[in-house]
Design a protein around this ligand. Structure first.
Ligand code: ADP
Ligand code: ZN
Ligand code: ZN
Length: 660
């Protein structure tokens, strides 16, 4: 509908027909009502209300963020027109006859057992949540497909969530071939506004049978919903990182419970939250332990970087160890010689993370951030990956004029160069955020890899995810240690998932039984690497859960973070200190710990100082009650601190934060 607001007319939603405390003469009549659209269902409004309350935002903000923007822009007639056009297009498609569905493969015994358990759960009164724990290539997607088939056959709608837009086209294609006689729509932020409206309308009007999308699709209105699948449920991109910081995975579970619809969470490396709920039987657990076709798990080779032979004479004795261990270089040679592909990854783009002057010690810092500017050799720039500042590389040291400034450390650009020197003749390609910036570049490089025109693919974690490379026999992680001792307690969990996923790229062809994963590390005995070598997620998870329990961290406690941004660290800290004092005064703070403010890892970005304060409780209910009482007071506090010295730029609460 459209309603008058001041002198303008704006789009609005009817929330409920309840009463208002506003005086009747302050109310104004609705200007126009969009009756071509059925009202948004109770279930949908309940989901938005829950998300708003849980993540400490207003209902309006959440509703507007998750509805297609076109809906706000268009007037009644235009919306009605879109609805009619969509119906006409559907009728035409129906008249053209329904194409035949592709038939799926016969499921393995494990897959069939999982499918049967899912179908049985779907039919139950309280279907709950099921974890499908299956190693990469164990046929999880096939289980989703054959379970979805059952839901569709029963006349229900299916919602499939995937972590990345990049993965949707592949998956859409796979679902479309299988369900050629069904209506499948995509819903993600990469669609044009018109496409997004069309998909949303198809869902809301109940004409779409299957909605496949990224996190925002969890809010798709689906009147006949019968099954929700969350693929790669551990993936961090399910958490929205600005505005309403919701977790689409967690909302999917909530939605399933309210609408009595089964939720399937799939992963090779479940989040520890999910794993623990399965262990305590709040979620059902299904396992796929075998890779399809019997492909074997790659042999994990740990290279102890502390024991590499080093030059023993002269200055070079103090030189750092080589970028790549000689035995890894030899293995790469051998694979190239056999016409096989290798994947080498390093989680750092650019040529070198910093430039240094050998004379005065100058380092290429960013003037606006507490971070180094990264040297990009290709376009001879120094670039800050935080604020985006990019300048040409200076010819001489800006401090002392010394012309001899040198790169320190290594990123993917440099790795590519070093590999070219170490494995002469190999055809090398690189995939990272820089190399794929040009439109079509990613597709072109992936195409070359698939066509066999690339021997060694270098890249950041972008290459480790999802892509189904068939001919890769060797995967190498050049410097995985960096996240081993991070201050973020979830860093090991993320590293393990990434390495498992990367390892899963190797040896997908069953014939390739000699696939390997190389890890260059200074800590070869670390339990994380040892569990990886044994391909033992359960052991890794058990170790992590023990540590989390003794440290009182999630899933054994619940967290929220209050963040404040200001021009000075003092202002940000003063705001958080005042907020903490308010919290102490609340009766609802019983059982809730408020920690001292600390700066973020990269404290200053674009001249803004960023601080955060952790709030923790063993009871989710207590934490929620406290946040509820606190939120309005923080608003008031923010408004009250308006004098220049104490002013902060913004503040936000992040409930169940993923990075700390
Ligand atoms: P995951 O989602 O666990 O990575 P997929 O479902 O994508 O696994 O399966 C991996 C590959 O094996 C795909 O190419 C898929 O078509 C194939 N596949 C899956 N299940 C079977 C099966 N039962 N028989 C033959 N091939 C299968
Ligand atoms: Zn200098
Ligand atoms: Zn910067």
């Amino acid at each position: 509908m459209r309603v008058p607001f001041g002198r303008r007319e704006v789009a609005g939603l009817t929330w409920s027909e309840g009463s208002t405390s506003d005086a009747p003469d302050e109310l104004r009549a609705i200007a126009e009502v969009c009756d071509e659209l059925p009202p948004l269902a109770d279930d949908w409004r309940a989901l938005v209300e829950f998300a708003a309350a849980y993540y400490q935002r207003s209902v309006g903000e959440v509703a507007l963020a998750v509805l297609p923007p076109e809906l706000r822009r268009l007037d009644r007639d235009a919306v009605a027109d879109r609805v009619r056009r969509m119906r006409r297009a559907l009728d035409r498609a129906d008249a053209a006859g329904t194409p035949a569905n592709e038939t799926g493969p016969v499921l393995t015994a494990e897959q069939a057992a999982a499918r049967d358990a899912i179908v049985a759960a779907m039919a139950s009164d309280a279907p709950g949540t099921t974890l499908l724990h299956g190693v990469t290539g164990s046929g999880k997607t096939e289980v989703y497909l054959q379970s979805a088939e059952q839901a569709l056959a029963a006349g229900r709608q299916v919602l499939v969530l995937v972590p990345e837009i990049n993965l949707t086209p592949q998956l859409i294609e796979r679902f479309s071939r299988r369900f050629a006689n069904r209506r499948i729509v995509a819903l993600h932020s990469g669609l044009t506004p018109a496409q997004r409206l069309r998909s949303w309308l198809a869902a809301q009007l109940g004409v779409a049978d299957l909605v496949l999308g990224t996190r925002l699709a969890v809010f798709a209105p689906l009147p006949r919903l019968g099954l929700i699948v969350v693929d790669e449920e551990h993936d961090a991109s399910y958490k929205q990182q600005e505005g309403a910081r919701y977790s689409a995975r967690d909302l999917a579970v909530w939605r399933g419970r309210r609408e009595r619809v089964l939720v399937v969470l799939g992963s090779a490396t479940p989040s520890l939250e999910t794993w623990q709920r399965a262990a305590t039987e709040r979620y059902a657990r299904l396992a796929l332990a075998e890779r399809i076709g019997g492909a074997s798990w790659p042999t994990v080779r740990l290279v102890d970087m502390g024991r590499l032979p080093r030059p023993t004479i002269g200055l070079a004795a103090n030189a750092p160890p080589p970028a790549l261990a000689p035995q890894l270089v030899a293995a790469l040679h051998e694979r190239v010689g056999r016409g096989e592909q290798s994947l080498v990854f390093l989680n750092r783009r650019g040529y070198a993370p910093v430039l240094q002057c050998g004379d005065c010690g100058w380092l290429s810092g960013c003037p606006h951030c507490s971070a180094w500017r990264v040297f990009h050799k290709q376009d001879r720039t120094l670039r800050c990956h935080h604020c985006g500042l990019a300048e040409r590389v200076p010819r001489r040291c800006p401090e002392c004029g010394n012309p001899d400034i040198a790169p320190v450390g290594r990123g993917t650009e440099r790795l590519e160069e070093q590999l070219a020197a170490l494995v002469p003749g190999a055809r090398i390609a690189r995939i990272d955020a820089d190399s794929v910036r040009r439109k079509g570049a990613l597709e072109a490089t992936l195409g070359a890899v698939h066509a066999g025109d690339v021997d060694i693919l270098v890249g950041t974690q972008m290459v480790a995810k999802g892509h189904d490379f068939r001919r890769i026999g060797l995967v190498a992680a050049v410097n995985p240690d960096t996240s081993l001792f991070s201050s973020d307690f979830r860093a090991p969990e993320r590293l393990f998932a990434l390495l498992m996923q990367a390892a899963g790229r190797a040896g997908r062809d069953a014939a390739r039984s000699d696939s390997e994963m190389w890890l260059q590390t200074w800590h070869p005995a670390h339990p994380l690497y040892q569990a990886l070598a044994r391909h033992d997620y359960a052991a890794f998870a058990a170790g992590q859960l023990r540590e989390r329990e003794s440290a009182g961290l999630p899933p054994y406690s619940h967290l929220a973070v209050l963040r404040a941004d200001a021009r000075t660290a003092d202002a940000a800290r003063a705001f958080l200190d005042a907020a903490a004092a308010q919290a102490q005064a609340l009766a609802e703070s019983e059982g809730v710990m408020v920690y001292a403010p600390v700066p973020l890892d990269v404290a200053r970005v674009a001249d803004v100082e960023r601080m955060q304060m952790l709030v923790e409780s063993t009871s989710r209910t207590q934490l929620q009650a406290m946040l509820h009482a606190w939120g309005p007071r923080l608003d008031a506090l923010h408004l009250a601190r308006s004098d220049a010295g104490a002013r902060i730029l913004r503040w936000a609460i992040d409930v169940d934060p993923l990075t700390i």
